[in-house]
Design a protein around this ligand. Structure first.
Ligand code: CA
Length: 222
């Protein structure tokens, strides 16, 4: 997942990019809209963090341009600005900002809002999720790993879906258990399912990493 940050203040830029990179996202920063526009032509990000007071075009103009262009109109945009007046809030939202945060902001909250936005995008998309050769189609409820078709039980499928929705993010054991099994589960249930899921994914099974004492994550890197 790629996130573009447009922010002219270096300290805020660094704060944002550090937190997002730590959460497993790829981040590219821009001090001004001009270089950001150039980068947009090269790669489309999954989400944009946008400041309002910027050199050159201001953030609202940038947002307007994004929404007026078919290739960028659907990219989620979170506006992060020092301008706290209600007017700016409304203006930002009218132009189609997906969320809005005022400086100073909590980095934790920023990351959680980014995650929420990206989850929303995934859910509304074509229903296909991929990670390094593992592909899941929500429409047909099928999974492939490389060229191989993979038969999963209901719980295994739900487990893999959790990983594919948040690749490279560590999922805590308790969270996984709660979300998939509810109350009637033990940690052992999870471990057994992880083991069979890894087995069924063949050589791709190794991407499901154990994070000792915490949980699991889907990550091709160590
Ligand atoms: Ca600024």
């Amino acid at each position: 997942m790629l996130i573009y940050i447009v922010e002219d203040e270096a300290s805020i830029r660094e704060l944002e990019s550090y937190a997002l990179e730590k959460s497993g996202y790829d981040v590219q920063c821009f001090e001004e809209p001009k270089t950001f526009y150039d980068a947009l032509k090269v790669r489309t990000p999954d989400l944009i963090l946008l400041d309002i007071m910027l050199p050159g075009d201001d953030g609202l103009t940038v947002l307007q341009k994004l929404r007026d262009d078919r290739s960028t109109e659907k990219i989620p945009v979170i506006i992060i600005s020092a301008k706290t007046t209600e007017l700016d809030r409304v203006k930002g939202l009218d132009l189609g900002a997906d969320d809005y945060m005022c400086k100073p902001f909590s980095v934790m909250e920023m990351v959680s809002r980014v995650k929420a936005r990206l989850r929303g995008v995934r859910d509304k998309s074509s229903g296909i999720m991929c990670y390094n050769g593992i592909m899941m189609s929500e429409d047909t409820r099928t999974v492939t790993a490389g060229d191989m078709s993979v038969e999963l039980t209901y719980k295994e499928y739900e487990l893999l879906k959790m990983f594919l929705k948040e690749p490279r993010i560590v999922l805590r054991r308790d969270d996984i258990l709660n979300r998939i099994w509810g109350q009637e589960s033990t940690g052992r249930t999870l471990d057994v399912h992880i083991r069979t899921l890894r087995g069924k994914l063949g050589e791709y099974g190794k991407y499901i990493k154990t994070v000792r004492n915490v949980g699991y994550k889907l990550d091709k890197d160590e």
